[in-house]
Design a protein around this ligand. Structure first.
Ligand code: PEP
Length: 260
């Protein structure tokens, strides 16, 4: 089976109101190229999700930012997997560093992942170290994040999960720089090793590993060449022209790969 590429936009807490969200989504749906090789997704704030997926339709699917680790109950402000799915989310961003920063633990990420799969959404599991130390401790962090997240998931479901490598130091407007393609490649190989240790090589090869961290239309080609199966852009996903150029670049790359 041919593997798909993904470009998944994380709008975070943007834009500021529903009208702006509709207008951004409309442009994005209109100008984003579509292809059998690439799945495009946008993850707006949950309060906009239902309206956008109902009114602003197109080839780009919708996803949800964050899924709670419990299926329901007394968790003020939180959104469960079944709520997100019933509001139209096909994907769920799980374990984003901005959630982990607020106290979400690897164990919670594991519950969210399980709930997301149970409700039929594709989880986008975010992993990444806060910093790169000289002794390679960051490898342990990645291993711990993945091992705990997958601890309650049947091995047969691993290939239904997208893993986004998002080094925290490369995310957001204060990031020093995006990761390099070599830094991505190193972690991609390591993630495959961790999954091989948990299951087998074939499964590890089939899991889609994407990159996030200041990715935009000017810098993604080396990541594709290093084996990234797509991207999880934040800021770039709020600019439909930039997002659609990224998608176009991924389509071109995928077509070339497909014809080799
Ligand atoms: C993110 O927060 O997931 C992200 C990658 O953001 P940005 O692209 O803006 O660095």
């Amino acid at each position: 089976m041919e593997k798909k590429y993904y470009v998944i936009g994380n709008w975070k807490m943007n834009p500021g109101n529903l009208n702006e969200a509709k207008s951004t989504a409309k442009t994005l749906q209109r100008i984003t190229p579509n292809s059998k090789y690439v799945e495009t997704v946008i993850c707006p704030p949950s309060v906009f999700l239902y309206t956008l997926q109902k009114e602003i339709k197109g080839k780009t699917k919708y996803g949800h930012q964050g899924i709670h680790h419990e299926p329901k109950g007394a968790f003020t402000t939180k959104i469960s997997a079944s709520m997100a799915a019933s509001a139209g989310a096909k994907f769920g961003i799980i374990g984003h560093s901005e959630e982990r920063r607020e106290g979400v633990t690897d164990e919670m990420v594991s519950g969210s992942l399980k709930n997301c799969l149970k409700e039929g959404m594709t989880p986008v599991l975010c992993v990444g170290e806060n910093e790169r130390d000289q002794n390679g401790f960051y490898f342990n962090i990645i291993r711990q994040q993945i091992e705990t997240a997958l601890s309650n998931i049947p091995k047969t479901r691993y290939t239904d999960i997208i893993i986004a490598y998002e080094p925290v130091w490369a995310i957001g407007k204060d990031a020093k720089r995006p990761a390099s393609a070599n830094e991505f490649l190193e972690i991609k190989i390591y993630i495959q090793k961790v999954i091989t240790d948990l299951s087998n090589r074939k499964t590890a090869d089939e899991v889609s590993i994407i990159y996030g961290g200041s990715a935009d239309d000017t810098n993604i080609l080396p990541f594709l060449e290093a084996g990234a199966m797509g991207f999880l852009p934040g800021r770039a996903s709020l600019e439909p022209e930039v997002f659609s150029k990224m998608v176009l670049e991924v389509i071109d790359f995928a077509k070339n790969e497909g014809s080799k």
